[in-house]
Write a protein that binds this ligand. Sequence first.
Ligand SMILES: Nc1ncnc2c1ncn2[C@@H]1O[C@H](COP(=O)(O)OP(=O)(O)OP(=O)(O)O)[C@@H](O)[C@H]1O
Ligand SMILES: [Mg+2]
Length: 473
Amino acid sequence: MGLFTRSRGNGRDGAGIDKTKSNAPVDGFTSPLAPSNPAASAEEDSFDRETYNMVRRRVQELLLGSGDKAVENLTTQEAESVIRPIYEQVLTEEGLALSRQEKEEMFSAVLAELLGYGPIQPFLDDPTVTEIMVNGPHAIYVERHGKIEKTKARFQDDEHVMRIIERIVSPLGRRIDESSPMVDARLPDGSRVNAIIPPLALNGPTVTIRKFSKIPFTVDDFIRFGTFTEEFAMFAKAAVEARLNIIVSGGTGSGKTTTLNVLSAFIPHDERIITIEDSAELQLKQEHVVRLESRPPNIEGRGGVTIRDLVINALRMRPDRIIVGEVRGGEALDMLQAMNTGHDGSMTTAHSNGPRDTLARLETMALMAGMDLPLRAIRQQIASAIDLVIHQERMRDGSRRVVRVSEITGLEGDTILMQDIYVFQEEGLSGDRIIGRLQPSGIRPMVLDKIEAAHIHLPPEVLGLPGRRTLAF
Ligand SMILES: Nc1ncnc2c1ncn2[C@@H]1O[C@H](COP(=O)(O)OP(=O)(O)OP(=O)(O)O)[C@@H](O)[C@H]1O
Ligand SMILES: [Mg+2]
Protein backbone atom coordinates (compact mmCIF):
# COMPACT_ATOMS: atom_id res chain seq x y z
CA MET A 1 0.00 0.00 0.00
CA GLY A 2 2.15 2.79 -1.17
CA LEU A 3 -0.33 5.62 -0.73
CA PHE A 4 1.45 7.08 2.22
CA THR A 5 5.16 7.23 2.19
CA ARG A 6 6.96 6.56 5.40
CA SER A 7 8.19 9.41 7.48
CA ARG A 8 10.73 11.69 6.00
CA GLY A 9 12.53 11.50 9.30
CA ASN A 10 11.86 15.04 10.37
CA GLY A 11 13.13 14.32 13.83
CA ARG A 12 9.79 14.04 15.54
CA ASP A 13 9.09 10.90 17.46
CA GLY A 14 6.05 9.10 18.71
CA ALA A 15 4.00 10.89 21.26
CA GLY A 16 6.68 13.51 21.52
CA ILE A 17 6.49 16.56 19.44
CA ASP A 18 9.41 18.46 18.20
CA LYS A 19 7.43 21.16 16.65
CA THR A 20 8.46 24.60 17.65
CA LYS A 21 11.84 25.64 16.65
CA SER A 22 12.67 28.12 19.32
CA ASN A 23 11.53 31.57 18.41
CA ALA A 24 14.65 32.94 20.01
CA PRO A 25 16.73 35.07 17.75
CA VAL A 26 20.31 33.98 17.15
CA ASP A 27 21.65 35.95 20.02
CA GLY A 28 19.74 33.83 22.46
CA PHE A 29 16.99 36.12 23.61
CA THR A 30 13.41 35.68 22.72
CA SER A 31 11.19 38.43 21.56
CA PRO A 32 7.80 38.16 23.21
CA LEU A 33 6.67 41.10 21.20
CA ALA A 34 7.68 39.53 17.93
CA PRO A 35 5.99 40.33 14.63
CA SER A 36 2.34 40.08 15.53
CA ASN A 37 2.50 42.83 18.12
CA PRO A 38 1.59 45.94 16.22
CA ALA A 39 3.12 48.12 18.92
CA ALA A 40 6.51 46.75 18.02
CA SER A 41 6.13 47.05 14.28
CA ALA A 42 8.59 49.15 12.39
CA GLU A 43 6.03 51.66 11.13
CA GLU A 44 5.04 52.78 14.56
CA ASP A 45 8.43 53.08 16.13
CA SER A 46 9.72 56.54 16.64
CA PHE A 47 13.25 55.21 16.33
CA ASP A 48 15.19 53.68 13.51
CA ARG A 49 14.92 49.89 13.41
CA GLU A 50 18.52 49.26 12.44
CA THR A 51 19.83 51.42 15.22
CA TYR A 52 17.51 49.64 17.59
CA ASN A 53 18.75 46.21 16.56
CA MET A 54 22.32 47.29 17.00
CA VAL A 55 21.64 48.79 20.43
CA ARG A 56 19.67 45.76 21.55
CA ARG A 57 22.47 43.45 20.51
CA ARG A 58 25.09 45.53 22.34
CA VAL A 59 22.96 45.62 25.51
CA GLN A 60 22.53 41.87 25.38
CA GLU A 61 26.26 41.30 24.92
CA LEU A 62 27.13 43.53 27.84
CA LEU A 63 24.45 41.95 29.98
CA LEU A 64 25.69 38.45 29.26
CA GLY A 65 29.25 39.56 29.96
CA SER A 66 28.25 41.14 33.27
CA GLY A 67 27.30 37.74 34.72
CA ASP A 68 24.18 39.14 36.35
CA LYS A 69 21.50 36.60 37.10
CA ALA A 70 18.98 36.05 34.34
CA VAL A 71 16.97 39.23 33.93
CA GLU A 72 13.78 37.39 33.11
CA ASN A 73 13.53 36.30 36.73
CA LEU A 74 13.75 39.83 38.06
CA THR A 75 10.75 42.03 38.58
CA THR A 76 10.27 44.58 35.84
CA GLN A 77 11.60 47.28 38.13
CA GLU A 78 14.68 45.34 39.14
CA ALA A 79 15.38 44.46 35.53
CA GLU A 80 14.96 48.07 34.55
CA SER A 81 17.49 49.21 37.09
CA VAL A 82 19.99 46.61 35.85
CA ILE A 83 19.46 47.29 32.18
CA ARG A 84 19.12 51.09 32.18
CA PRO A 85 22.75 51.91 32.99
CA ILE A 86 23.93 49.41 30.38
CA TYR A 87 21.57 50.96 27.84
CA GLU A 88 22.84 54.46 28.64
CA GLN A 89 26.40 53.23 28.30
CA VAL A 90 25.71 51.79 24.84
CA LEU A 91 24.11 55.03 23.66
CA THR A 92 27.12 57.01 24.83
CA GLU A 93 29.66 54.56 23.37
CA GLU A 94 27.90 54.55 20.02
CA GLY A 95 27.56 58.34 20.07
CA LEU A 96 23.82 58.20 19.47
CA ALA A 97 21.91 61.40 20.00
CA LEU A 98 18.25 60.48 20.39
CA SER A 99 15.31 62.62 21.32
CA ARG A 100 13.88 61.97 24.75
CA GLN A 101 10.91 60.16 23.25
CA GLU A 102 13.03 58.00 20.96
CA LYS A 103 15.28 57.13 23.84
CA GLU A 104 12.43 56.04 26.11
CA GLU A 105 10.59 54.09 23.46
CA MET A 106 13.69 52.28 22.41
CA PHE A 107 14.39 51.45 26.04
CA SER A 108 10.91 49.94 26.47
CA ALA A 109 11.38 47.80 23.38
CA VAL A 110 14.78 46.56 24.55
CA LEU A 111 13.33 45.78 27.97
CA ALA A 112 10.35 43.89 26.59
CA GLU A 113 12.61 41.81 24.44
CA LEU A 114 14.99 40.95 27.24
CA LEU A 115 12.34 40.06 29.78
CA GLY A 116 10.56 37.40 27.72
CA TYR A 117 7.98 35.44 29.62
CA GLY A 118 10.01 34.91 32.77
CA PRO A 119 10.34 31.43 34.28
CA ILE A 120 8.23 29.82 31.57
CA GLN A 121 10.34 31.18 28.73
CA PRO A 122 12.64 28.11 28.66
CA PHE A 123 9.59 25.86 28.18
CA LEU A 124 8.31 28.05 25.37
CA ASP A 125 11.70 27.66 23.73
CA ASP A 126 11.88 23.91 24.36
CA PRO A 127 10.45 22.05 21.37
CA THR A 128 9.75 18.90 23.40
CA VAL A 129 7.30 20.77 25.63
CA THR A 130 3.78 20.82 24.23
CA GLU A 131 1.81 22.30 27.09
CA ILE A 132 2.70 24.59 30.00
CA MET A 133 0.56 24.76 33.13
CA VAL A 134 1.14 27.37 35.82
CA ASN A 135 -0.92 26.65 38.94
CA GLY A 136 -0.05 29.72 40.94
CA PRO A 137 3.51 30.94 41.37
CA HIS A 138 5.12 27.83 42.82
CA ALA A 139 3.76 24.97 40.75
CA ILE A 140 4.66 24.83 37.08
CA TYR A 141 3.94 21.68 35.12
CA VAL A 142 4.75 20.85 31.53
CA GLU A 143 3.67 18.14 29.15
CA ARG A 144 6.37 16.27 27.24
CA HIS A 145 5.77 13.22 25.06
CA GLY A 146 2.15 13.17 26.16
CA LYS A 147 3.03 13.03 29.86
CA ILE A 148 2.72 15.70 32.49
CA GLU A 149 5.69 16.46 34.71
CA LYS A 150 6.30 18.98 37.47
CA THR A 151 9.19 21.36 36.90
CA LYS A 152 11.55 23.10 39.29
CA ALA A 153 10.74 26.49 37.79
CA ARG A 154 8.94 28.98 40.03
CA PHE A 155 7.62 32.48 39.91
CA GLN A 156 8.43 34.71 42.87
CA ASP A 157 4.85 35.42 43.85
CA ASP A 158 1.37 36.03 42.48
CA GLU A 159 2.42 39.47 41.38
CA HIS A 160 5.18 37.99 39.19
CA VAL A 161 2.70 35.64 37.44
CA MET A 162 0.33 38.55 36.96
CA ARG A 163 3.05 40.56 35.23
CA ILE A 164 3.65 37.75 32.77
CA ILE A 165 -0.08 37.40 32.09
CA GLU A 166 -0.29 41.12 31.47
CA ARG A 167 2.67 40.93 29.15
CA ILE A 168 0.77 38.29 27.15
CA VAL A 169 -2.66 39.90 27.03
CA SER A 170 -2.01 43.62 26.90
CA PRO A 171 -0.57 43.69 23.35
CA LEU A 172 -3.88 42.09 22.29
CA GLY A 173 -5.91 44.87 23.84
CA ARG A 174 -7.27 42.54 26.55
CA ARG A 175 -6.97 42.98 30.23
CA ILE A 176 -7.14 40.83 33.29
CA ASP A 177 -8.16 42.01 36.74
CA GLU A 178 -10.74 41.29 39.38
CA SER A 179 -13.57 42.50 37.22
CA SER A 180 -12.54 40.32 34.25
CA PRO A 181 -10.63 37.47 35.86
CA MET A 182 -10.55 35.06 32.90
CA VAL A 183 -8.94 35.64 29.56
CA ASP A 184 -8.14 33.74 26.40
CA ALA A 185 -5.24 34.98 24.37
CA ARG A 186 -2.57 33.91 21.99
CA LEU A 187 1.18 34.34 21.98
CA PRO A 188 2.74 35.95 18.94
CA ASP A 189 3.71 32.45 17.71
CA GLY A 190 0.07 31.31 17.80
CA SER A 191 0.17 29.32 21.05
CA ARG A 192 -3.17 29.28 22.84
CA VAL A 193 -3.21 30.83 26.31
CA ASN A 194 -5.87 30.77 29.01
CA ALA A 195 -5.44 32.68 32.25
CA ILE A 196 -7.69 32.73 35.29
CA ILE A 197 -6.85 34.61 38.46
CA PRO A 198 -8.02 34.98 42.07
CA PRO A 199 -10.64 35.19 43.45
CA LEU A 200 -11.80 32.57 40.92
CA ALA A 201 -8.53 30.64 40.93
CA LEU A 202 -7.75 29.60 44.47
CA ASN A 203 -4.14 28.52 43.78
CA GLY A 204 -3.19 31.95 42.57
CA PRO A 205 -2.97 33.18 38.97
CA THR A 206 -3.26 30.14 36.75
CA VAL A 207 -2.06 29.97 33.17
CA THR A 208 -2.42 27.19 30.63
CA ILE A 209 -0.53 27.35 27.36
CA ARG A 210 -1.12 24.92 24.50
CA LYS A 211 1.96 25.40 22.38
CA PHE A 212 1.40 25.94 18.74
CA SER A 213 2.90 23.45 16.38
CA LYS A 214 4.80 25.45 13.78
CA ILE A 215 5.26 22.39 11.64
CA PRO A 216 1.82 20.78 11.50
CA PHE A 217 1.67 17.00 11.71
CA THR A 218 1.05 15.16 8.51
CA VAL A 219 -0.69 11.87 7.90
CA ASP A 220 2.74 10.26 7.65
CA ASP A 221 3.56 11.45 11.16
CA PHE A 222 0.23 10.06 12.37
CA ILE A 223 1.00 6.66 10.87
CA ARG A 224 4.42 6.69 12.47
CA PHE A 225 2.98 7.62 15.89
CA GLY A 226 0.31 4.94 15.63
CA THR A 227 -2.50 7.53 15.74
CA PHE A 228 -3.68 6.19 12.37
CA THR A 229 -2.88 2.92 10.68
CA GLU A 230 -1.99 3.01 7.02
CA GLU A 231 -5.34 1.39 6.21
CA PHE A 232 -7.32 3.87 8.23
CA ALA A 233 -5.37 6.72 6.63
CA MET A 234 -6.48 5.48 3.21
CA PHE A 235 -10.05 5.16 4.38
CA ALA A 236 -9.99 8.65 5.93
CA LYS A 237 -8.59 10.13 2.74
CA ALA A 238 -11.35 8.50 0.73
CA ALA A 239 -13.97 9.69 3.25
CA VAL A 240 -12.81 13.30 3.00
CA GLU A 241 -12.54 13.23 -0.77
CA ALA A 242 -16.01 11.69 -1.03
CA ARG A 243 -17.35 14.59 1.07
CA LEU A 244 -18.56 12.61 4.06
CA ASN A 245 -19.56 14.71 7.05
CA ILE A 246 -17.17 13.91 9.85
CA ILE A 247 -16.99 14.57 13.57
CA VAL A 248 -13.73 14.01 15.41
CA SER A 249 -14.42 13.39 19.07
CA GLY A 250 -12.37 12.79 22.19
CA GLY A 251 -11.49 14.11 25.61
CA THR A 252 -9.70 17.36 26.36
CA GLY A 253 -6.28 17.41 24.79
CA SER A 254 -6.82 14.08 23.06
CA GLY A 255 -5.67 15.58 19.77
CA LYS A 256 -9.01 16.37 18.11
CA THR A 257 -7.93 19.65 16.54
CA THR A 258 -4.70 18.12 15.30
CA THR A 259 -6.59 15.25 13.68
CA LEU A 260 -9.02 17.69 12.09
CA ASN A 261 -6.03 19.47 10.63
CA VAL A 262 -4.55 16.24 9.27
CA LEU A 263 -7.91 15.28 7.74
CA SER A 264 -8.31 18.71 6.20
CA ALA A 265 -5.13 18.14 4.21
CA PHE A 266 -7.11 15.61 2.13
CA ILE A 267 -9.51 18.29 0.88
CA PRO A 268 -8.88 18.89 -2.81
CA HIS A 269 -7.13 22.16 -3.60
CA ASP A 270 -9.83 23.49 -5.90
CA GLU A 271 -12.42 23.82 -3.13
CA ARG A 272 -13.36 26.93 -1.19
CA ILE A 273 -12.93 26.19 2.50
CA ILE A 274 -14.23 28.29 5.37
CA THR A 275 -12.81 27.62 8.81
CA ILE A 276 -14.50 28.84 11.96
CA GLU A 277 -12.75 28.77 15.31
CA ASP A 278 -12.62 30.39 18.72
CA SER A 279 -8.90 30.69 18.50
CA ALA A 280 -7.47 29.98 15.08
CA GLU A 281 -5.44 26.78 15.45
CA LEU A 282 -6.06 25.06 12.14
CA GLN A 283 -3.33 25.37 9.56
CA LEU A 284 -4.77 24.41 6.23
CA LYS A 285 -2.42 23.87 3.36
CA GLN A 286 -4.90 24.81 0.67
CA GLU A 287 -4.77 28.23 -0.91
CA HIS A 288 -8.48 29.00 -1.10
CA VAL A 289 -9.24 29.21 2.60
CA VAL A 290 -11.21 31.86 4.45
CA ARG A 291 -10.47 31.85 8.19
CA LEU A 292 -13.00 33.21 10.65
CA GLU A 293 -12.49 33.66 14.36
CA SER A 294 -15.13 34.37 16.99
CA ARG A 295 -14.79 37.26 19.39
CA PRO A 296 -15.64 37.47 23.07
CA PRO A 297 -17.86 40.36 24.18
CA ASN A 298 -16.08 43.44 25.50
CA ILE A 299 -16.10 44.57 29.12
CA GLU A 300 -19.60 46.00 28.77
CA GLY A 301 -20.75 42.65 27.42
CA ARG A 302 -21.19 43.92 23.86
CA GLY A 303 -19.74 43.17 20.46
CA GLY A 304 -19.37 39.42 20.93
CA VAL A 305 -19.52 37.26 17.81
CA THR A 306 -20.17 33.60 18.47
CA ILE A 307 -19.23 30.49 16.53
CA ARG A 308 -22.93 30.21 15.81
CA ASP A 309 -23.06 33.69 14.21
CA LEU A 310 -20.07 32.75 12.09
CA VAL A 311 -21.57 29.43 10.94
CA ILE A 312 -24.72 31.26 9.83
CA ASN A 313 -22.63 33.90 8.08
CA ALA A 314 -20.42 31.29 6.42
CA LEU A 315 -23.46 29.83 4.66
CA ARG A 316 -23.71 33.07 2.71
CA MET A 317 -20.10 32.90 1.65
CA ARG A 318 -20.44 30.17 -0.97
CA PRO A 319 -18.46 27.58 0.92
CA ASP A 320 -17.56 24.22 -0.58
CA ARG A 321 -16.65 23.04 2.91
CA ILE A 322 -17.19 24.42 6.35
CA ILE A 323 -14.79 23.39 9.06
CA VAL A 324 -15.72 24.33 12.61
CA GLY A 325 -12.86 23.94 15.09
CA GLU A 326 -15.11 22.68 17.84
CA VAL A 327 -18.85 22.60 18.48
CA ARG A 328 -19.80 23.42 22.03
CA GLY A 329 -23.29 24.87 21.87
CA GLY A 330 -26.17 25.91 19.68
CA GLU A 331 -23.96 26.10 16.57
CA ALA A 332 -24.28 22.30 16.45
CA LEU A 333 -27.81 22.73 15.11
CA ASP A 334 -26.72 25.18 12.41
CA MET A 335 -23.90 22.87 11.47
CA LEU A 336 -26.29 19.90 11.19
CA GLN A 337 -28.65 21.95 9.08
CA ALA A 338 -25.79 23.04 6.84
CA MET A 339 -24.70 19.42 6.42
CA ASN A 340 -28.26 18.49 5.52
CA THR A 341 -28.67 21.24 2.99
CA GLY A 342 -25.94 20.53 0.56
CA HIS A 343 -22.83 21.48 2.51
CA ASP A 344 -21.40 18.02 2.43
CA GLY A 345 -17.87 17.36 3.43
CA SER A 346 -18.08 19.48 6.55
CA MET A 347 -16.01 18.60 9.55
CA THR A 348 -15.83 19.54 13.19
CA THR A 349 -14.72 18.25 16.59
CA ALA A 350 -16.64 17.67 19.80
CA HIS A 351 -15.73 16.77 23.31
CA SER A 352 -16.97 13.30 24.29
CA ASN A 353 -16.20 9.91 25.81
CA GLY A 354 -17.01 7.73 22.81
CA PRO A 355 -18.86 7.79 19.48
CA ARG A 356 -22.27 7.21 21.00
CA ASP A 357 -21.65 9.84 23.65
CA THR A 358 -20.68 12.21 20.80
CA LEU A 359 -24.20 11.88 19.42
CA ALA A 360 -25.77 12.42 22.83
CA ARG A 361 -23.72 15.57 23.21
CA LEU A 362 -24.65 16.79 19.77
CA GLU A 363 -28.29 16.43 20.79
CA THR A 364 -27.76 18.46 23.93
CA MET A 365 -25.88 21.10 21.97
CA ALA A 366 -28.56 21.27 19.29
CA LEU A 367 -31.14 21.80 22.04
CA MET A 368 -29.05 24.72 23.27
CA ALA A 369 -29.95 26.52 20.04
CA GLY A 370 -33.32 27.06 21.70
CA MET A 371 -35.43 26.25 18.66
CA ASP A 372 -37.85 24.08 20.62
CA LEU A 373 -37.41 21.17 18.25
CA PRO A 374 -38.66 17.79 19.42
CA LEU A 375 -35.86 15.38 20.28
CA ARG A 376 -36.81 13.05 17.49
CA ALA A 377 -36.44 15.84 14.95
CA ILE A 378 -32.97 16.54 16.25
CA ARG A 379 -32.04 12.87 16.10
CA GLN A 380 -33.35 12.79 12.57
CA GLN A 381 -31.08 15.72 11.70
CA ILE A 382 -28.09 14.02 13.30
CA ALA A 383 -28.74 10.69 11.63
CA SER A 384 -29.03 12.18 8.19
CA ALA A 385 -26.24 14.76 8.61
CA ILE A 386 -23.34 12.88 10.17
CA ASP A 387 -21.62 10.09 8.31
CA LEU A 388 -18.64 9.29 10.49
CA VAL A 389 -17.50 9.72 14.06
CA ILE A 390 -13.76 9.37 14.55
CA HIS A 391 -13.05 9.01 18.23
CA GLN A 392 -9.63 9.36 19.77
CA GLU A 393 -7.95 9.19 23.13
CA ARG A 394 -4.89 10.30 24.93
CA MET A 395 -3.90 6.88 26.19
CA ARG A 396 -2.24 6.20 29.51
CA ASP A 397 1.18 5.89 27.82
CA GLY A 398 0.79 9.46 26.58
CA SER A 399 0.16 8.49 22.95
CA ARG A 400 -2.83 9.87 21.08
CA ARG A 401 -4.64 7.35 18.96
CA VAL A 402 -7.85 6.89 17.08
CA VAL A 403 -9.65 4.21 19.08
CA ARG A 404 -12.99 3.85 17.34
CA VAL A 405 -14.45 4.87 14.02
CA SER A 406 -18.21 4.49 13.65
CA GLU A 407 -20.71 5.30 10.97
CA ILE A 408 -24.31 6.28 11.44
CA THR A 409 -26.57 3.93 9.61
CA GLY A 410 -30.00 5.33 10.30
CA LEU A 411 -32.73 6.03 12.80
CA GLU A 412 -34.98 3.32 14.14
CA GLY A 413 -37.77 4.56 16.35
CA ASP A 414 -35.97 7.01 18.58
CA THR A 415 -32.58 5.38 18.37
CA ILE A 416 -29.77 6.43 16.10
CA LEU A 417 -28.11 3.33 14.71
CA MET A 418 -24.35 3.12 14.62
CA GLN A 419 -21.88 0.58 13.36
CA ASP A 420 -18.16 0.30 14.08
CA ILE A 421 -15.81 0.40 11.12
CA TYR A 422 -12.56 0.34 13.09
CA VAL A 423 -11.87 -0.48 16.74
CA PHE A 424 -8.55 -0.23 18.57
CA GLN A 425 -7.40 -3.58 19.93
CA GLU A 426 -4.93 -3.42 22.76
CA GLU A 427 -2.43 -6.26 22.57
CA GLY A 428 -0.10 -5.62 25.48
CA LEU A 429 2.71 -3.44 26.66
CA SER A 430 6.25 -2.90 25.49
CA GLY A 431 7.90 -1.14 28.41
CA ASP A 432 5.58 1.77 29.03
CA ARG A 433 4.16 1.80 25.58
CA ILE A 434 0.80 0.32 24.69
CA ILE A 435 0.96 -2.09 21.79
CA GLY A 436 -2.15 -2.36 19.73
CA ARG A 437 -3.74 -1.58 16.45
CA LEU A 438 -6.81 0.04 15.01
CA GLN A 439 -8.44 -3.02 13.43
CA PRO A 440 -11.14 -2.92 10.78
CA SER A 441 -14.32 -4.59 11.99
CA GLY A 442 -14.57 -6.42 8.69
CA ILE A 443 -18.12 -5.20 8.11
CA ARG A 444 -18.80 -3.53 4.80
CA PRO A 445 -19.67 0.02 5.88
CA MET A 446 -22.62 1.79 4.35
CA VAL A 447 -20.50 4.85 3.67
CA LEU A 448 -18.61 2.75 1.15
CA ASP A 449 -21.52 3.40 -1.23
CA LYS A 450 -20.89 7.13 -1.02
CA ILE A 451 -17.17 6.59 -1.43
CA GLU A 452 -17.67 4.43 -4.49
CA ALA A 453 -20.22 6.85 -5.90
CA ALA A 454 -17.39 9.40 -5.84
CA HIS A 455 -15.40 6.99 -8.02
CA ILE A 456 -12.97 6.15 -5.26
CA HIS A 457 -12.16 2.48 -5.03
CA LEU A 458 -10.47 1.25 -1.90
CA PRO A 459 -8.64 -2.04 -1.82
CA PRO A 460 -10.80 -4.45 0.24
CA GLU A 461 -8.07 -5.03 2.84
CA VAL A 462 -8.35 -1.39 3.92
CA LEU A 463 -11.65 -2.36 5.52
CA GLY A 464 -10.66 -5.90 6.40
CA LEU A 465 -13.03 -7.22 3.76
CA PRO A 466 -12.33 -10.48 1.97
CA GLY A 467 -10.68 -9.93 -1.42
CA ARG A 468 -12.95 -9.59 -4.41
CA ARG A 469 -13.49 -12.99 -5.93
CA THR A 470 -12.49 -13.37 -9.52
CA LEU A 471 -14.07 -16.07 -11.61
CA ALA A 472 -11.68 -18.78 -12.63
CA PHE A 473 -12.31 -20.75 -15.78
N1 LIG B 1 -1.63 12.21 17.06
C1 LIG B 1 -0.87 12.85 17.93
N2 LIG B 1 0.27 12.32 18.38
C2 LIG B 1 1.03 12.97 19.29
N3 LIG B 1 0.71 14.18 19.81
C3 LIG B 1 -0.41 14.77 19.40
C4 LIG B 1 -1.26 14.13 18.45
N4 LIG B 1 -2.34 14.92 18.25
C5 LIG B 1 -2.16 16.00 19.02
N5 LIG B 1 -1.01 15.92 19.71
C6 LIG B 1 -0.52 16.89 20.70
O1 LIG B 1 -1.46 16.89 21.75
C7 LIG B 1 -1.76 18.18 22.20
C8 LIG B 1 -3.25 18.42 22.13
O2 LIG B 1 -3.67 18.39 20.79
P1 LIG B 1 -4.99 19.12 20.26
O3 LIG B 1 -4.93 20.57 20.49
O4 LIG B 1 -5.20 18.65 18.88
O5 LIG B 1 -6.07 18.45 21.23
P2 LIG B 1 -7.62 18.77 21.40
O6 LIG B 1 -8.28 17.46 21.65
O7 LIG B 1 -8.11 19.57 20.24
O8 LIG B 1 -7.59 19.63 22.72
P3 LIG B 1 -8.75 20.60 23.32
O9 LIG B 1 -9.75 19.69 23.94
O10 LIG B 1 -8.00 21.39 24.35
O11 LIG B 1 -9.26 21.42 22.18
C9 LIG B 1 -0.93 19.10 21.35
O12 LIG B 1 0.21 19.46 22.07
C10 LIG B 1 -0.58 18.29 20.14
O13 LIG B 1 0.63 18.66 19.56
MG1 LIG C 1 -9.06 21.42 20.18
